[in-house]
Design a protein around this ligand. Sequence first.
Ligand SMILES: Nc1ncnc2c1ncn2[C@@H]1O[C@H](COP(=O)(O)OP(=O)(O)O)[C@@H](O)[C@H]1O
Ligand code: SF4
Ligand SMILES: [Mg+2]
Length: 369
Amino acid sequence: MTAILEARDVKKHFRIGGGLFGKAALVRAVDGVSLSITSGETFAIVGESGCGKSTLARVLMRLLDPTEGEVVFDGTAVTHASGRTLADLRRNMQFIFQDPFSSLNPRMTVGKLIGEPLEIHAPQLSAKDRHAKVADLLAQVGLRREHAGRYPHEFSGGQRQRIGIARALASGPRLIIGDEPVSALDVSVQAQVINLLSDLGRDLGLTLILIAHDLAVIRHMSDRVAVMYLGKIVEQGTTDALFEAPRHPYTRALLDAIPDPDDRNRAGRPQIDGEMPSPAAPPPGCAFHTRCAHATDRCRKVVPVPDETSDGHMTACHHWRDIVDAPRQPFPLNRSAATKARLDLYRKATEGAKITQIAQPKPDREEMR
Ligand SMILES: Nc1ncnc2c1ncn2[C@@H]1O[C@H](COP(=O)(O)OP(=O)(O)O)[C@@H](O)[C@H]1O
Ligand code: SF4
Ligand SMILES: [Mg+2]
């Protein structure tokens, strides 16, 4: 299996403050991430808000320069690319933004929005061929040719995200990074957009990196998952392994925190205790120790070294082996009731909601159902 994208000990630190108003601080947004993404796979990155997901995504795409470390796309060093090489990388790696409301220029028609990357990356196309290509791209994302003449505000959130996807596809990328591409959308529409991305990924042989703060979103479409906490990957493995046999206390807590779709059990639902500490002052030792029920003295002093088993499942926790073997888990079977309900909702919403069946998207209305 070939790696299409590799990150080697990537760090991104931001220096903040230090002017007239306060002390300078170093925000360790990404603090030593190594990843190897296989060509054609869907790789998910999950973690609470503020753990460094977006910063990592931006460094991977060279929208930000890393403070340390290296990113390599298909043998080319992303970190040092410039000129023609950087232009090629931009064409091959595309971004889908979290917020379909602000990521599309309101003054451009949908045709122009999707045609713009074609003008840049395929300047040889005649205007006629470009229009035809825009119509193809619209069809690919479940929209109609006529939509090309309309403006983003005429569309619902889900449709706007489809426009964002068509725009990302226009340059013929090999890899797409979706930064929480559905978190601003209604749950039923989330499943449709996830379904669309999943189908496109398969049909076009794309590599997808999907960022989410909600594990339920990625369950049915990702091959592997990396869980991030305070700028580091704390667990990484196949999606099945992570959902069926999570090892890191943080992953387990995240699974427990998947909300009940009806929200009836909100009060009784286990939560992760406390707040994530600031990445400007990460706790010493294991950064999760301030919230971990299993923390020991060693955890408070020594940074856990990533421990990878032969199946490629990596866990950065001193005690995961003891925790996994403990007879009584803090995550008893009934914990999955809420998880199951949520996952069932996704499954149901995804079944029978195949994108090709949505023949008549309705602009100006609420989301498609
Ligand atoms: N340009 C920046 N300057 C200073 N701090 C930043 C900047 N961008 C992000 N951060 C900080 O880095 C941390 C990680 O942010 P981010 O990558 O957006 O996390 P996530 O996408 O997981 O929510 C946060 O504490 C955030 O405030
Ligand atoms: S290393 Fe210690 S504090 Fe960190 S997750 Fe493992 S048990 Fe908890
Ligand atoms: Mg983010």
